[in-house]
Design a protein around this ligand. Structure first.
Ligand SMILES: [Fe+2]
Length: 405
């Protein structure tokens, strides 16, 4: 095997086939435990690096070496190591979590009453509650809560570590009640949402690429003892290049059930993992009456270069959150870093695709992004109507015309 083969795995295959998936090759990858040294982790539990966020605040705030070194460690863990990491007390103050939980519970009640939001692709109806596009719903219904929640520098630092700048935050809330069943092992978006037949039509390098286009995360909105079913994880399973074709096979699912681990989480902890990691939500075995209503805000963060799974009206989100950010900036209630984190979790950070007839590159290689616009509006204390007009113009510049010449 030459160097190039080692990097890409399984020789120089261009196409993967489900029938060629090998449990032996998979287990060899999963059980190979060499790891890069961990300078920032506080602990390693069940092979998973655990970080104490109270000790990381300084490194995350350091715009230069420390932040880059920490993010480099996270990349190595997510790409080559366990494939998952835990950020203990990502929210040192859990007030924004409780505030968001109250908003989510009211959304669940109203969606249930209207008969909307019934679908969950994994659970039986009634066993779970799911809020799709929780990101836009929280932002529009409670922009102050949204701003306090996504001002969190740890979430932004993790997203940037894996995806670079201009990532696109989406989130889905999942509540699993006592008696809620476990999921089956799977991989996530993109290729994790394809049938085997569809996934086989993508060349091998795209199977590799899929994992680099998304970061999966979860914020615990309740304490999650193991009996309440925190996510079952198989550390190192993202290493197996053919895994998007393998996860439905019975022998792989059996191996997963025999070797997966679960870590208890406390409210305010966050978990981030490579979307190629084999994982499954656990069963909630707590008491039917007094047990844990396990609520997680599942963060699905997309690369600027990929397509997110959900449609969000980010213009509407920018309009909703702008007065809050403007007031927080004026009163110095939020630091520049916190405001940047909210902007990044709300506005579109990547200026393409656009209509270059209407939106030619000016003063650089790329047109301005929606994030740049929102930041300028905050810095220059624009009126709400000025931002609304600018966002309308931003959208107009991105539409094609019918009268091509
Ligand atoms: Fe998943």
């Amino acid at each position: 095997m030459d160097r190039n083969d080692e990097q890409w795995g399984q020789g120089s295959k261009v196409w993967y086939a489900e029938r060629e998936c090998s449990l032996e090759a998979f287990s060899e990858q999963v059980e190979r435990r060499e790891n890069a040294p961990l300078a920032f982790a506080d602990d390693v539990c069940e092979s998973i690096p655990v970080y104490d966020c109270r000790k990381l605040a300084h490194a995350v705030a350091d715009a230069r070496q420390q932040r880059a070194a920490l993010q480099g460690e996270w990349v190595r863990v997510l790409r080559d190591g366990a494939g998952v990491l835990v950020l203990k007390q990502a929210f040192t103050d859990t007030t924004p979590i409780d505030e968001a939980t109250a908003v989510f519970e009211s959304i669940i009640r109203s969606e249930r009453a209207s008969g909307a939001g019934a679908g969950d692709h994994f659970a039986q109806a009634g066993a779970n509650d799911r809020i799709w596009n929780a990101q836009e719903k929280l932002c529009v219904q409670a922009p102050e809560v949204f701003a306090r929640y996504f001002a969190n520098p740890m979430l932004a630092a993790a997203a940037q570590a894996w995806l670079g700048p201009a990532w696109q935050m989406t989130s889905q809330v999942n509540v699993v009640r006592p008696g809620g069943a476990a999921q089956l092992a799977h991989r996530d978006y993109h290729l994790g949402f394809q049938t085997v037949e569809e996934a086989q039509r993508y060349p091998a390098h795209v199977h590799r690429m899929s994992a680099f286009l998304t970061l999966q995360g979860a914020v615990a909105h309740s304490d999650m003892p193991v009996e309440s079913g925190p996510t079952k994880l198989l550390p190192y399973s993202q290493r197996y290049a053919e895994g998007y074709l393998a996860w439905r096979r019975p022998e792989f699912r059996e191996y997963f059930e025999a070797h997966c681990v679960q870590l208890p989480l406390a409210k305010g902890d966050a978990l981030f993992f490579n979307p190629a990691l084999f994982h499954a939500a656990g069963a909630n075995r707590t008491h039917p009456v007094t047990g844990v209503q396990r609520m997680a805000n599942l963060l699905q963060v997309s690369s600027a270069f990929g397509r997110a799974m959900e449609t969000l009206d980010r213009r509407r989100m920018c309009e909703a959150v702008f007065p809050v950010l403007k007031a927080s900036h004026a009163a110095r209630r939020m630091s520049a870093c916190e405001i940047d984190a909210v902007i990044a979790s709300c506005a579109e950070g990547y200026p393409f695709p656009t209509n270059l007839d209407r939106d030619p590159p000016s003063g650089g290689l790329a047109p301005r992004s929606q994030q740049t616009l929102l930041r300028q509006a905050i810095d220059e204390d624009w009126a709400d109507t000025a931002l609304r007009d600018a966002l309308q113009n931003y959208d107009w510049r991105r539409r094609t015309t019918r009268d091509f010449t």
